[in-house]
Design a protein around this ligand. Structure first.
Ligand code: HAM
Length: 419
């Protein structure tokens, strides 16, 4: 095959029809389950203001410092959204969603963009589904969010997962911890990676998330944040663990889990799968009680998660889980001659309005080739029509699966199809 002249950008992939059926299955499942949890869908633009993402996620995060796709046009700076928490918060504030009353329980499904080095499970355009609950500081919200996340994987049959849990506390607890962490790292400051040196003053917590080789020995033995939580933070964390236990949701505490964005407070979690290789996080999330205010709204506690859809599909493949159905069509109308072709074309809407999927040849092929095509399309039935059938008003109705034929009027065919 000749090499294509134009290709997708690095790390961006086409989702072709045979795969789209899996995606549609997954999206339908997410929508149905989100409805059962009483979450409403929100859709925000693919592009946001760069300032929102920088402010929301934090200047020193990997995403902001090296992974955003951004450009300017006139006075405006655009960024392809790398995630949806900050955009959803922007929308919440801009549209005064708090005035709808209660806590806002929102879900989303859509493409995100991060200029990372592509590898298995890591793309530059990828897709997430996720939930955000705005306006609740109750541990019930944390646990409902986690329960929904686990529920989706369980429903699909991905059960060999590990829920990692941590609390990174409120600002007061975190400030105390940051001092302790800095004091611990100080004697080895010169041995840290350049990135960690940069983070040391402004955001030492991010050092714990470093993937640089030279940082690992220091991370391994550093003090843990859970020893520095104040009473409120400890109480919230204890409630989260208590409710998870009540729901029989297993978790593993990981005091070094800090997540990749600066907006987190209190609960932080990740769902890990052994079937993913190096990029082993299926999903992640946590509380971000200060982000709404940071973006210009009233103080509003919030919690959410997002899951990588490509990674979910990789896990399915590894586990031999088949999502979606095979391609098929209910009826293929096979015609011989112009008059039959015209007749076929005019019957298509009658079948479709009854909810029957139907098609015919678009390429002027022979009857034999049309039958072959009906098989390729995985048609359940064929209506075969030539001049004789037209004259008699009786058509050959063929069950393609058992190769049985009868001669029926169109009304009789419709009746058969309805049964
Ligand atoms: P995140 O951990 O950056 O969190 O992303 C969530 C999930 O998206 C990851 O666990 C992973 O499955 C998937 N993902 C991330 N980057 C890529 C990539 N380059 N290629 C493929 N999959 C990827 C967030 O985005 C937060 N907004 C989650 C959140 C919601 N926190 C609170 N609310």
């Amino acid at each position: 095959m000749a090499q294509a002249k134009y290709t997708t950008h690095l790390g961006m992939v086409d989702i072709l029809p045979d795969d789209v059926r899996k995606w549609q299955f997954l999206e339908k499942l997410i929508r149905e389950e989100a409805h059962k949890f009483n979450f409403e869908e929100i859709r925000t633009p693919i592009m946001e203001q760069t300032e929102l993402i920088v402010r929301g996620l934090g200047q020193l995060t990997d995403i902001v410092s090296k992974e955003i796709f951004s450009f300017s046009r006139g006075e405006d700076n655009y960024v392809l959204r790398p995630e949806l928490t900050a955009p959803v918060v922007r929308s919440y504030v801009e549209n005064h969603l708090d005035q709808r009353g209660g806590s806002q329980k929102l879900y989303y499904i859509g493409p995100m963009f991060r200029a990372e080095r592509p590898q298995k499970g890591r793309q530059r355009q990828f897709h997430q589904f996720g939930l955000e609950v705005l306006g609740s500081n109750d541990a019930v919200a944390d646990v409902e969010v986690i329960a929904f996340m686990i529920h989706i994987y369980n429903k699909i049959g991905i059960t060999n997962t590990t829920l990692k849990l941590n609390s990174i506390g409120d600002p007061e607890s975190r400030d105390k911890y940051k001092e302790a962490l800095k004091a611990y790292l100080k004697p080895n400051f010169e041995k840290l990676s350049d990135l960690s040196k940069k983070r040391y003053d402004k955001n030492p917590l991010r050092i714990l998330d470093s993937k640089e080789e030279e940082d690992q020995p220091f991370i391994k033995n550093s003090p843990v944040i859970t020893d520095y939580l104040n009473e409120d933070s400890l109480a919230h964390y204890a409630k989260v663990k208590e409710y998870l236990t009540d729901l029989n949701i297993d978790f593993e505490e990981d005091p070094y889990l800090v997540r990749g964005m600066d907006y987190y407070t209190q609960t932080a979690f990740e769902l890990i799968s052994p079937d993913l290789g190096a990029q082993d996080a299926l999903a992640g999330g946590g509380r971000y009680d200060l982000l709404v205010e940071e973006i210009g709204g009233q103080p509003t506690p919030a919690v959410g998660f997002a899951a990588g859809m490509e990674r979910l599909l990789i896990a399915c493949e590894e586990l031999g889980i088949e999502l979606g159905t095979e391609k098929k069509v209910d009826v293929y109308i096979v015609t011989l001659g112009d008059a039959a072709r015209k007749w076929g074309l005019s019957q298509l809407p009658k079948l479709r309005e009854r909810g029957i999927s139907t098609t015919m040849d678009y390429m002027g092929r022979s009857m034999k080739a049309q039958m072959k095509d009906a098989n390729r399309e995985n048609a359940q039935f064929a209506i075969i029509v030539g001049e004789n059938e037209l004259n008699e008003g009786k058509y050959t109705f063929r069950n393609m699966k058992v190769s049985e034929e009868s001669s029926l009027s169109f009304e009789e065919i419709l009746k058969r199809m309805e049964n």
